[in-house]
Ligand binder design. Structure first.
Ligand code: HEM
Length: 420
């Protein structure tokens, strides 16, 4: 049975029935229009993630940052104006874009060395130190809910919590946090949503110039006078004997910005939505808060915030008997692996007592999410405050609209109201 599937179509409100069809009838699906193999079964996704020598992360650059191709797109007025504006305003070399080192898209030693630069900012001790701050932010954010005022979970809690923390970790002053979120949303829209077809549009160029100029100035400032923050750690970082260029520093900060907030926001939104749809599970957690860490894991499995990662085959190989030629792109659907009935019994049911060992919600192996402990800490702080409230809450809106992205999955807004 042929299954029609476009791995780059902005996520439908419920992608899970399509994933099931793919797993059953086309587990290694070739999309001729996109020239991508999509793998959707747990075992196949893990085979890809466990073999970084055979499946390179370079595809994370090609697919997410370069619009799907290593080749330069045909010259257009929009592109020339975008590059010229970028160079004139930021002085960052546009031709370094394809060669600059980028943690998420590196392999082997270069990846380990890049990761070592920021690892020390993410040790368990360092992350644990953020717990009181996370609790403080949550308490401020949920006050309107407790006072019975209108409350959009996404806008009022799931966005400000991770944005504030990652901004403070990077070393960005509080008054810029709103810009931070706006920039990061635009990056997601341009790289993985409707903006992908129009990457050189003025609105993206303007935002990129603004954010690159800001980060570059910040990097220069910290090179001159280091502080106890991530941007100072990054500017001081070496790969082998070579420090990072301004462009690499700026891209590193941008990665932390986007990865550090778009994901956790969606985790919190997805889990609350799931609990509203599974009231018996919400009751269980409210009655027994020690289940909160398990809720976070099961929530990540049930409705995965990062749906897919990309890899490039480094030599001719095969998956489930399907030949994959050297250079071909593979999309490994984490969101589908986590719902694979071959691995998780009754996968479409949220079950806070499931203990879904080995699920790839944060990826797997060398590129396992750098911020996993931070995301868990933030989510636990949020659910400690929300869990007692949820059984008496309902959805105060018609239906739930999701972010238009093939990469990240989460509700755009989630109005909560007290059940009558
Ligand atoms: C629920 C929240 C989060 C989810 C679901 C998530 C998911 C992921 C996934 C699936 C990967 C693997 C990418 C790959 O294999 O190519 C990843 C990598 C990464 N994540 Fe997260 N993430 C979350 C939160 C965070 C936070 C809070 C940060 C903070 C900075 C962060 C920073 C990163 C970085 C830097 C990488 C790249 C690591 C590498 O390539 O070595 N993430 N994340």
């Amino acid at each position: 049975m042929a299954v029609r599937f476009d791995p780059f179509a902005p996520g439908p409100s419920d992608p899970y029935p399509t994933y099931r069809e793919l797993r059953d009838h086309a587990p290694v699906h070739w999309s001729p229009e996109r020239e991508v193999f999509s793998v959707t079964r747990y075992d196949d996704v893990m085979q890809v993630l466990k073999n970084p020598e055979l499946f390179s992360s370079r595809a994370m650059f090609t697919m997410l940052m370069a619009g799907g191709s290593e080749k330069l797109p045909p010259l257009s007025w929009g592109m020339v104006s975008f590059l010229a504006k970028m160079f004139v305003k930021t002085r960052l070399n546009p031709f370094e874009f394809h060669t600059a080192r980028n943690l998420i898209a590196e392999d082997g030693d270069r990846h380990s060395q890049m990761r070592a630069i920021v690892n020390r900012g993410f040790t368990p001790r360092r992350i644990q130190a953020w717990e009181p701050r996370a609790r403080e932010i949550v308490a401020e954010c949920v006050a309107p809910l407790r006072e019975g005022r209108p409350f959009d979970l996404v806008h009022d809690l799931a966005v400000p919590l991770p944005v504030t923390i990652i901004a403070e970790m990077i070393g960005i002053p509080a008054e810029r946090h709103a810009d931070f979120k706006r920039w990061s949303d635009l990056v997601i829209e341009m790289a993985t949503g409707p903006g992908r077809e129009d990457r050189f549009a003025k609105r993206y160029a303007d935002a990129f110039v603004e954010l690159l100029t800001y980060f570059r100035a910040l990097a220069r400032d910290r090179r001159a006078s280091p502080q106890d923050d991530l941007i100072s750690t990054i500017v001081a970082g070496q790969v082998g004997d070579v420090g990072l260029t301004d462009r690499e520093v700026v891209q590193f900060v941008l990665l932390l910005l986007v990865a550090g907030n778009e994901t956790t926001t969606n985790l919190i939104g997805n889990v609350v939505k799931a609990l509203l749809e599974h009231p018996e599970q919400a009751e269980k957690v409210a009655a027994n808060p020690s289940l909160i860490p398990a809720l976070v894991e099961e929530g990540l499995r049930y409705d995965t915030p990062v749906q897919v990662v990309f890899r490039t085959a480094t030599e001719d190989t095969e998956i489930r008997g399907v030949p994959i030629a050297k250079g071909r792109f593979v999309a490994a659907f984490l969101g589908s692996a986590n719902r694979d009935e071959r691995r998780f019994p009754e996968p479409d049911r949220l079950d806070v007592e499931r203990n879904p060992q080995g699920f790839p919600g944060f990826g797997f192996g060398k590129h396992f999410c750098l911020g996993a402990s931070l995301a868990r800490l933030e989510a636990c702080a949020a659910f400690e405050a929300l869990a007692p409230e949820i059984p008496s809450l309902g959805l105060g809106q018609e239906g739930v609209e999701h972010i238009a992205s093939f990469l990240v999955r989460g509700p755009k807004r989630l109005l909560l109201k007290r059940a009558a």
